[in-house]
Design a protein around this ligand. Structure first.
Ligand code: FEO
Length: 169
């Protein structure tokens, strides 16, 4: 059984994951509007992944006898100056989410909630991947600079992304 403190904290994280999904959907719309279809696809897949994160936590709360309480999702920004600005914002956002996940782990340890701690380890690992993939794209965009050909090649590469829900572990 989840205690109230842990339940509230996971509920807050469900909101943060839903906001992440909303943010990436806003970035997807931005890329659609500037005809960078591959980057739009990448963002669409990322938005689905965040929704998956939220649902994974949602299911866990119920599994542990808790109650999910949904709250308002904040309005995401809608415009960015360059693809580099977008992906830098992704990286910064993921670094922030890593901090939130670490705070949740710390709370689970303080509360001696071993089941939640084990559950959260999946997210700890996931955040390493999330930060690494955003960081790689930021590096590539810096290398590309203002080279339009490079941008089109990267757009094409990012458009190959598909969303495959990770196995429940
Ligand atoms: Fe749900 Fe991108 O972390």
């Amino acid at each position: 059984m989840l205690n109230k403190k842990m339940e509230q904290a996971i509920n807050a994280q469900i909101n943060a994951e839903l906001y992440s999904s909303y943010l990436y959907l806003a970035m997807c719309a931005h890329f659609e509007s500037v005809s960078l279809g591959g980057m739009a696809t990448w963002m669409r897949m990322q938005a689905q992944e965040e929704l998956f994160h939220a649902i994974k936590m949602y299911d866990f709360v119920h599994e542990r006898g808790g109650k999910v309480t949904l709250s308002a999702i904040a309005k995401p920004p809608g415009q960015w100056k360059t693809p580099l600005a977008v992906f830098t914002a992704v990286l910064e956002h993921e670094q922030k989410v890593t901090g939130l996940i670490n705070d949740l782990v710390n709370l689970a340890l303080d509360e001696r909630d071993h089941a939640t701690n084990i559950f959260l380890q999946w997210f700890v690992t996931e955040q390493v991947e999330e930060e690494a993939s955003a960081s790689t794209i930021v590096d590539k965009l810096k290398l590309i600079g203002t080279d339009a050909n490079g941008l089109f090649v990267l757009d094409n590469e990012l458009g190959q992304r598909v969303f495959t829900p990770p196995p429940a572990a």
